[in-house]
Design a protein around this ligand. Structure first.
Ligand SMILES: NC(=O)c1ccc[n+]([C@@H]2O[C@H](COP(=O)([O-])OP(=O)(O)OC[C@H]3O[C@@H](n4cnc5c(N)ncnc54)[C@H](O)[C@@H]3O)[C@@H](O)[C@H]2O)c1
Length: 261
């Protein structure tokens, strides 16, 4: 599906970014991985093989974005898709709350916006596409979380606005919204316990488990491909039914009421 095409992927040093890249590699894309974590990024590129190169990238820094995009375009002479995965979770206790807000919003919203801006001319030339990463967290209040959900909500709006702005250039802009996905974060929280992750996820996802990152990657690849030629400005849920459940859980609330009466 991506033979002869070049795909840029930010935030590629950890499980989700690497597995999304693997999906594109399996579809024969040339992949350029970018991340602030240089060791992790190089490891990911080596693991993915000849089709992948790593270029250091800090999406908070204009010069770094410019260099990354110019270097990436220089590898094959073209850019066909940009996948913006890099993010900062934030939401930790801190003594400098303003700095934390600015860091999360600068990375997640401004960094994503400027990656899109930097690649726009190349994408216009190739008739390419952008896929951003949003989250169900951007639509609901979540205990103990502030900056991250606000930033993800901002990326959903950014996606809609850029879809209109770039439509005249023939560039489509969409986002994918994953449910719980087996990732560095899930790994760190559970000490690598996938079974526990799936057991807790079961209450919140109709499909009764967390996703594998490759399942998210397939949706990203579809959105980035000509198969999605009439899709733009959309936020695609790849969330095992998480969003569709709304405030419900997979168990019956009525059954709980009956039990307690
Ligand atoms: N893990 C989940 O269950 C889940 C659910 C919904 C959405 N998501 C989304 O998936 C994406 C990946 O999440 P993850 O859980 O794998 O997070 P992660 O923290 O493991 O990965 C984020 C990557 O971004 C990189 N990064 C951070 N700041 C950067 C910067 N300034 N410049 C360049 N790279 C930078 C990090 O080094 C890291 O490799 C995020 O956009 C997140 O919002 C994840």
């Amino acid at each position: 599906m991506f033979e002869g095409k070049t795909v840029l992927i930010t935030g590629a040093a950890t499980i989700i970014g690497t597995e999304v890249a693997r999906v594109f590699a399996n579809y024969s894309a040339d992949i350029v991985l970018g991340d602030i974590d240089e060791d992790g990024g190089r490891r990911a590129a080596a693991e993915l093989g000849d089709r992948a190169v790593f270029i250091p990238l800090d999406i908070r820094n204009d010069e770094s974005i410019e260099k990354f995009i110019a270097h990436a375009a220089g590898t094959t002479g073209r850019i066909d898709a940009v996948v913006n995965i890099a993010c900062l979770y934030g939401d930790d206790e801190t003594t400098d709350v303003r700095a934390q807000w600015l860091d999360v919003l600068n990375t997640n919203i401004v960094g994503t916006a400027l990656m899109c801006h930097g690649a726009r001319a190349y994408l216009k030339e190739s008739g390419g596409a952008i896929v951003n990463f949003t989250s169900p967290s951007g639509h609901v209040a979540q205990h103990g979380r502030l900056q991250y959900p606000v930033s993800k909500s901002g990326i959903a709006q950014l996606t809609r606005s850029l879809a209109l702005a770039y439509a005249a250039d023939g560039v489509r802009v969409n986002s994918v919204s994953p449910g719980w996905t087996w990732s560095r974060v899930m790994h760190d929280i559970t000490g690598g316990d996938r079974a526990r992750t799936d057991a807790v996820a079961a209450g919140f996802h109709m499909l009764g488990r967390a996703a594998d990152a490759g399942e998210i990657g397939e949706v990203v690849a579809f959105l980035a491909s000509p198969k999605a030629s009439f899709v733009t400005g959309a936020e695609w849920a790849a969330d095992g039914g998480y969003t569709a459940l709304g405030p419900e859980q997979t168990t019956s609330a009525i059954a709980q009421l009956l039990q307690q009466s």
